[in-house]
Design a protein around this ligand. Structure first.
Ligand code: PFF
Length: 443
């Protein structure tokens, strides 16, 4: 058996984990969910869910990976026996399912980038509708999907250090610079303040109890942190014992939230300044691909350049996430079937491509995949909390004390993973499932 790879440095791991967290979910999902009416209440619930519920689970996922040094499929079995095999299956299913439609959206991103640079962008809403129709159907959607999956596969097959770590080391600083630049530019637009206040900072206390706002906060938190799906298990299985996981988890969560906010500060001023509010509030998956190119196009040549920067940034964010999604089935196949990395990568990629065909062909199907798999992430998070809070409760503290983590932080996390995270996630899960079915029946 070949020796298990390790990250080159602690920073490499944090950047890779942050790269997984920061993705289309921040750029597209955050704006799209915040615009569904929740406003500041959504933001508040989201931050509470991240800090109170998700952080202990994030550390838990990391412990599961590091202490077993195994792939997401094998780690739960190693820790708690064969009864926990279904959790490994859930991880594999959810990561392949999410990557299947994520790659389709990545394809739209590449296509829009290509149009910004070489073809031109739609100048009004009617043209924008046609534009989105073209990029999201027919041959171009498959070209985009295959390109995105192919690139993801190439990076993952190069390995943890030479592929994933190298990619994120370059991409993450670049991503942050682009984001900052675009947020500053967006702040100079005439509708900037109105954009922030009407979407992000609009306060309506009744939204705190609104089922859809609650589901949005939970799904956004889990989706955005790449939680409940085994990604952090896979990444942490390549870690040494010295890393201080609570600190690293906190860095990842803060970075991810900051990027979500910054992304909202880019998109909402554009939407408001160019009178595109109606498109966004329709809140379909494609809204941003309709509204933003039109907004940028209003600025002429410079707008095309800015659009290229924005969609280039979105693609960079997406690929550092898609490699993490693919690493889950790949590392699981390497572990269970003893295949080499390259064979595991190409077999997983083929499976994901086939699973993604219905999403490439139908926007409704893609929207339903997004809704269903988001609920599965919350279920994954709940099971991780039960596993580490109740089934093998000693492992959490043992692992953290071995790396010398601060005693108070340790006590806080152990309490949270046992009592608070499972209870709150269970409530969030029930509300989310109820809201999902309610919306389906109503539509
Ligand atoms: N966290 C990434 C994003 O927000 O786009 C990608 C992602 C990874 C989404 C894992 C969902 C997931 F389960």
């Amino acid at each position: 058996m070949t020796e298990r790879e390790q990250w080159k440095s602690g920073l490499g791991f944090v950047l890779a984990a942050a790269g997984s967290a920061v993705g289309l979910g921040n750029l597209w999902g955050f704006a799209y969910r915040a615009s569904q009416g929740g406003g500041l209440a959504f933001l508040l619930l989201y931050v509470i869910v991240v800090l109170v519920v998700c952080l202990p689970v994030l550390v838990g996922e990391m412990i599961l990976g590091r202490s077993t040094a195994s792939s997401p499929f094998v780690a739960p079995i190693k820790l708690a026996g064969n009864n926990w095999k279904p959790l490994g299956f859930l991880f594999a299913l959810a990561s392949c399912g999410i990557l299947s439609f994520y790659a389709v959206i990545m394809g739209w991103t590449v296509d829009t980038l290509f149009h910004s640079l070489f073809v031109g962008l739609p100048s009004d809403m009617r043209e924008a509708g046609d534009f989105f129709g073209r990029i999201s159907s027919g041959k171009s959607v498959f070209i985009g999907q295959i390109f995105s999956l192919g690139l993801t596969a190439l990076v993952v097959s190069a390995g943890v250090r030479r592929g994933i770590e190298r990619l994120t080391r370059w991409c993450m600083p670049l991503l942050f610079l682009l984001l900052l630049f675009l947020a500053l530019w967006s702040a100079t637009l005439p509708g900037a303040i109105e954009g922030y206040t009407s979407f992000l900072f609009k306060w309506d206390a009744s939204q705190l109890l609104d089922k859809t706002t609650i589901r949005n906060a939970f799904t956004q938190a889990f989706f955005s942190l790449s939680l409940g799906i085994g990604i952090m298990v896979a990444y942490s299985s390549y870690l040494g014992k010295k890393n201080k996981l609570p600190k690293e988890a906190f860095q990842v969560a803060s970075f991810d939230t900051a990027v979500g906010l910054l992304a909202g500060m880019i998109t909402f001023p554009i939407v408001l300044s160019f009178g595109l509010k109606d498109v966004i509030s329709e809140s379909t998956v494609g809204a941003l691909f309709i509204a933003l190119p039109t907004g940028f196009a209003n600025l002429g040549g410079i707008g095309r350049l800015l659009a290229a920067l924005f969609f280039g940034l979105a693609f960079i964010a997406a690929i550092t996430s898609s490699v993490s999604l693919l690493e889950v089935p790949v590392s699981s196949m390497m572990d269970t079937l003893s295949w080499n990395r390259r064979k595991s990568v190409w077999v997983s990629t083929l499976i994901v491509f086939l699973l993604g065909i219905p999403s490439a062909l139908s926007l409704d199907f893609l929207g339903n995949m997004d809704a269903i798999f988001n609920v599965l992430l919350i279920l994954g998070g709940f099971l991780i909390a039960i596993l580490l809070g109740w089934v093998v409760p000693s492992r959490y503290d043992e692992d953290l004390s071995a790396s010398d983590s601060n005693l108070r932080v340790r006590k806080y996390l152990v309490f949270m993973i046992r009592w608070i995270s499972p209870t709150v996630i269970a409530c969030g899960l029930i509300i989310s499932i109820y809201d999902l079915f309610f919306n389906w029946v109503a539509s």
